[in-house]
Design a protein. Structure first.
Length: 431
């Protein structure tokens, strides 16, 4: 049993890291093949599709994980089926809305963004949200079977298809590349949907049953998760835009380059977070709260040790790493990168906060914690960025990350001390 668990966790880590490497590789390929102007259009189209998808495609996956484990734990197979049927309907509706809005905006894209050559690529890229909308539903079905290793494998498959699409189509232009990406996404979504259907069919099959009195709780969960996702997704673009308002374009470039280590630290902890989401949600629904708290303690100790090991060489060799990855022309990002590395390591240690609110059924905790982070970050970026440019903005990231972690420490201590019956009322007591 232990060897099987070790294999699954190792496979999940390998799949996640491989998919991240392919994602970075796809960006490198696009940078090398596209001209500077074409890559800028490529980035704008993908940013627009991601923004609209975030705003219109409801985050039902977290509710699906939480209540899916609840129904499977108590053998409520009829409600489990209805839950998945509702999730697919929500995701299809969100994908259709996102695609329709992007198609409507495409003719005005050049005017809105003061650029040219965006209309046709955006009309093609508009189909990415629709092609992707049900991908995570299939992934959740696999996770509910405890096979996060298989879920990680399909992350790898999806990114491998995208990488192939970009590598093959980029020499033929931007529109061809986006069309190839849409086709690759359709194949990836179909593959994981089939695998998810097979995983779901392994549960006892019953006719769907109305969600009844839990329907309101599920809708509330979905609403809170969607708001939290929107807050998290908008934080980075807003900080960049504000820095652009108070500092030069060069400083914006330095800051964007400096933020790369934070994404790298998030990738380091991604496999562990996927495992935590699966195992801790199941443990919480079974009533074994202490197993959840013990898992968080092990996670923090492990990530603290990893941070202590990798931080010193990273900070010492930041100038060389910056010149190697960002090129010598962006050497002005060195100080900002050093600061972001520290902030990224801190967030890596607190990476469990991404899955914990879902596991305990309190997604609003993410709204409060990330909301506080945004309230600290945005004004500080304006103030520090105006005075010290990218370095000041990076300092704002470090301060806001520290506040985020301190607030989560306070909340975790409260949750840890509350009796099981009182945990449900914690959210109401938040300021």
């Amino acid at each position: 049993m232990r060897s099987r668990l070790f294999w699954r966790r190792s496979a999940a880590a390998a799949g996640t890291y491989a998919s991240a490497a392919l994602g970075f590789g796809a960006t490198v390929v696009a940078l090398h093949v596209f001209s500077t102007v074409t890559f800028g259009r490529y980035a704008l189209v993908l940013a627009a599709t991601a923004l609209v998808q975030t705003l219109l495609d409801l985050t039902v996956e977290e509710a699906l994980v939480k209540f899916g484990f609840r129904y499977s734990t108590r053998g409520d197979w009829g409600r489990l089926r209805r839950l998945f049927e509702s999730a697919i309907a929500f995701k299809l509706g969100g994908g259709l809305l996102a695609t329709a809005l992007l198609l409507a905006l495409a003719p005005a894209a050049n005017t809105l963004l003061h650029k040219h050559g965006l209309t046709t690529p955006l009309m093609i890229g508009a189909f990415i949200p629709l092609a992707q909308c049900t991908e995570n539903v299939g992934g959740v079905a696999i996770v509910l079977r405890g096979r996060y290793d298989v879920r990680a494998f399909f992350l790898f498959v999806s990114m491998a298809l995208r990488f192939t699409a970009i590598a093959v189509a980029a020499p033929h232009g931007l529109s061809a590349t986006l069309a190839a990406m849409v086709v690759a996404q359709v194949i990836a979504t179909a593959a994981i949907s089939v695998a998810g259907w097979i995983a779901f069919r392994r549960f006892p099959q019953h006719a769907s049953v109305a969600l009844g009195e839990e329907r309101r709780d599920i809708l509330s969960f979905v609403g809170q998760s969607s708001i939290a996702t929107a807050i998290i997704s908008l934080t980075a673009p807003l900080s960049l835009l504000i820095l652009g308002r108070v500092a030069s374009t060069r400083q914006v470039t330095f800051f964007r380059a400096a933020m790369s280590p934070q994404q790298a630290f998030a990738v380091v902890s991604a496999p562990a977070r996927l495992i935590l989401l699966t195992e801790q949600t199941r443990d919480w629904e079974r009533g074994t709260r202490e197993a959840v708290f013990a898992g968080i303690k092990r996670y923090m100790l492990g990530m603290t040790a990893a941070a202590a090991l990798i931080l010193p060489p990273l900070l010492v060799f930041t100038p060389a790493i910056t010149r190697l990855l960002f090129s010598a022309k962006n050497a002005g990002a060195v100080d900002a990168t050093r600061i972001v590395i520290v902030a990224g390591a801190l967030r890596m240690v607190y990476g469990w906060t991404k899955s914990f609110p879902v596991s305990i059924g309190r997604p609003a905790l993410r709204i409060w914690t990330h909301g506080v982070e945004m309230l600290v970050l945005i004004p500080l970026v304006a103030i520090f960025g105006n005075r010290w440019g990218a370095t000041g903005a990076a300092a704002a990231v470090l301060v806001s990350s520290s506040v985020f972690c301190l607030y989560w420490t306070f909340l975790f201590v409260r949750i840890r001390r509350e009796p099981a019956s009182a945990t449900a009322s914690l959210e109401a007591a938040l300021p």
